[in-house]
Unconditional design. Structure first.
Length: 187
């Protein structure tokens, strides 16, 4: 939806960022399928510096439930393996001397339902963020009217636009959530 008011534009940009943040956070939830974003939070000590794994290794998905981590520098293979073991992934790495394989275990029905609940809770936090942005936007619009920058009709029109922007963002969050739940439950 195209908006022209600067207050609405700023709020719309913030809402889009909230949607993107939700998508990133949901990407970290393991759905029984191999996904390179599962390793996005893992850092490896490389020459005394904590370095993100994805900057020092190629991460590929050769099969649906397998992640292949191939370090650019083979001398850090043991360090990468140690970092994966120390992470909260709960997956045991298999080191073949040149790369590390991570086999994502099949999820139980109970675990799928737990993950679906986690997705819903994370989604609700995204919606709360969007509603907070909407509240701030409405406050700014009312302040603009109070300061004489807007008349009552303009305020009413902008409030309607603000609601449409908010509804579109909530709908987008619902779609992101539905896609992730489907991925988890079908796994």
């Amino acid at each position: 939806m195209k908006v022209s008011n600067p207050i609405l534009k700023e709020a719309q940009a913030k809402m889009t960022k909230s949607e993107e943040a939700l998508q990133r956070e949901l990407g970290n939830i393991r759905a029984g399928r191999a996904n390179a974003s599962l390793l996005s939070r893992i850092n490896v000590e490389y020459y005394g510096v904590e370095t993100p794994l994805n900057q020092m290794a190629q991460i590929s998905v050769p099969e649906a439930r397998v992640l292949l981590v191939t370090p650019y520098d083979k001398s850090v293979l043991k360090d990468v393996e140690r970092a994966i073991l120390a992470s909260d992934l709960g997956i045991s790495p298999a080191n073949d001397g040149s790369a590390i394989r991570l086999v994502i275990p099949q999820l139980t029905e109970e675990r799928r339902k737990e993950l679906a609940k986690q997705v819903k809770a994370t989604s609700e936090n995204g919606k709360i963020a969007v509603r907070n942005i909407r509240r701030d936007m409405m406050d700014q619009l009312k302040k603009s009217e109070k300061d004489g920058e807007l008349n009552e009709d303009q305020l009413h029109d902008l409030e309607e636009q603000a609601q449409k922007v908010t509804d579109a963002s909530i709908k987008s969050i619902d779609q992101i959530t539905a896609d992730k739940e489907k991925e988890i439950l079908e796994g």
